[in-house]
Design a protein around this ligand. Sequence first.
Ligand code: MG
Ligand code: ZN
Length: 227
Amino acid sequence: MYKFIDNRGKIKEITIARDILEDQRQLAEKNRTLLNSLGIKMIDIMGSVGTGKTSLVQKLIEHLKDNNRIVVLNGDLATTIDQERIMQYGVQAVQVNTGKECHLDAAVVKGVFDNLELKDVDLIIVENVGNLICPVDFPLGSHRRLLVISVTEGPYVAVKHPHIFAEIDCVAINKIDVAPVMEIDVEQITRDIKSINANTTIYPLSCKEGTGIKELVTELTGGWGNA
Ligand code: MG
Ligand code: ZN
């Protein structure tokens, strides 16, 4: 539903048919059924450009690669920068360049599955296209969805994007090491997120300093669900 607010403050609400999203949900469910049949877990990581999604994936790899055969799927409009960063860890990485598409979807992810030896995989980490709006509407069939935000996005990131926070079950607040310089109150951001979604779990952390990562890893791998 869209809201148009005219210059006298009059509000008009418009609803747009979203049947297309039902197809997406069914495709996502098929992906998850396939993964479950092979004992594979998948994490879908979302967040704006520059919040540290790739840095966090690198940290997750450091913690998980000894016990898991990992494949990373890097979604981006262009470039193989993220793929190259992941491959330094000796982990298989598939770059998906979406061109103009601002999110990954279940069909694209299935296409990647079809080109992998899934029997040699325990964990798939998806780094979605850098975007805080639509990726959440396109489930991939993952078992966990993680949103990465950063204190560099300013104090209003949650209240200005309530939709994604309402849908997400785990949020990482990255770059807390620079919060004092940015004059950002991490506690306030936490309260804002909780006011939108009381059930979401929130992990303030710093990929640069390595703080808070272990707690997030425990949370992500401790409660596999359907997302
Ligand atoms: Mg990235
Ligand atoms: Zn999109």
